[in-house]
Design a protein around this ligand. Structure first.
Ligand code: IPM
Ligand code: MN
Length: 356
């Protein structure tokens, strides 16, 4: 019997719905070919919904999402909503409440895609960032005093628990073992300045490393990592880091792999429900224009299948995307592809249809 998955879809704002449509198109093609079935349930949340109703996360929606096998998210963000409301109220709340403690972000340069790094190619840029996704500076711990006065004070604290750090590090070692490439895991920290937080990270890292003698345990400061991601990206296999550093270095990663049109990520709860999204935002100025590259959303769907254990189907999607990037797309940037958003989805789907 075909494996059936319930996928909760949050198309969201701006160009989110356009790219999500292409992800679904590709998943439906995969379902026709393979022994898998998908039931998609759409949920209308995001900036548009908030402006219309005042609701951020409508009552009961988290219970509904909790019944899904995975969540597929387009983009959340609206130019008329003050920064922080939707990010914290939707995206971060879902990550935290569903305990999606890993943010997995592959940084892979595919053939046919331009990188701004001179003299580096697909053989050099192929690593994965494992970002802790429920702690650090993102917990909202802290506060302010005498706000708006000359005496104001603002404190924003980074929370790092041994349990949270250790489960993230263990996931990263497992991921490195599964990749079976250079078998090197780099801890990205700042042990020379953040002497409490990264002391904990470092001790947890080397303690867990004892369980993985087949993997080289490597360390670098976050600032040096930024330098090397540009100068020697081939040094990296898997990088593990905290929430804030992970946020920053994965934007750098997205740029060296060809930009926001390509980069996908997964908010993963290995024991629960995970949520997959293109890393880019809602790109309001491009809304409805069919100029955005849907590859990031399609690769988010690919990562979803991989996480669900559907490796064969995930492999088809990756191969199809690779072909389209190599042969059909002029440039990966918005409006420069030589095809519309939905034509790119068609090309990926057609390749799967005809080749597997
Ligand atoms: C990301 C985004 C989010 C983050 C924002 C929108 C809250 O930048 O997914 O990387 O900082 O995690
Ligand atoms: Mn980010």
């Amino acid at each position: 019997m075909a494996e059936e998955y319930n996928i909760a879809v949050i198309p969201g704002d701006g160009t989110g719905p356009e790219v999500v449509d292409e992800g679904i198109k590709v998943l439906e093609t995969v379902a026709k070919k393979g022994d898998i079935q998908f039931q998609f349930s759409k949920y209308t949340i995001g900036g548009e919904h908030y402006l219309a109703t005042g609701e951020i996360l409508p009552d009961g929606i988290e219970e509904k999402l909790a019944e899904a096998d995975a969540i597929f998210l387009g983009a959340i963000g609206h130019p008329d909503v003050k920064p922080g409301i939707l990010e914290k109220g939707i995206l971060l709340n879902l990550r935290f409440n569903m305990d999606q403690y890993i943010n997995l972000r592959p940084v892979k340069l595919y053939e046919g895609v331009k990188t701004p790094i001179m003299d580096k190619g697909p053989d050099d840029i192929d690593f994965v960032v494992v970002r802790e996704n429920t702690e650090g500076l993102y917990t909202g711990a802290g506060g302010c005093l005498k706000r708006g006065t000359p005496d104001e004070v603002a404190i924003q604290e980074s929370i790092n628990t041994r349990k949270g750090v250790e489960r993230c590090i263990r996931f990263a070692f497992e991921c490195c073992r599964k990749r079976n490439k250079a078998k090197k895991l780099t801890l990205c920290g700042k042990t020379n300045v953040l002497t409490y937080a990264f002391d904990l990270w470092e001790r947890a890292f080397y303690a867990v490393a004892e369980e993985y003698p087949d993997i080289e345990a490597d360390y670098a400061h976050v600032d040096a990592i930024c330098m090397w991601m540009v100068k020697n990206p081939e040094w990296f296999d898997v990088i593990v880091t905290d929430n804030m550093f992970g946020d920053i270095i994965t934007d750098l990663g997205a740029m060296i792999q060809g930009g926001m049109g390509i980069a996908a990520g997964g908010n993963i709860n290995p024991e629960g429900i995970s949520m997959f999204e293109p890393i880019g935002g809602s790109a309001p100025k491009y809304t409805g224009k069919q100029v955005i590259n849907p590859v990031a959303a399609i690769m988010a769907a690919q990562l979803m299948l991989q996480t669900l254990g559907e490796n064969l189907a995930a492999g088809w999607i990756e191969k199809a995307v690779m072909k389209v990037l190599r042969e059909d797309i002029k440039d990966v940037g918005a409006g420069k592809m030589g095809h519309s958003t939905s034509e790119i989805g068609d090309l990926v789907a057609e390749y799967i249809e005809n080749n597997f």
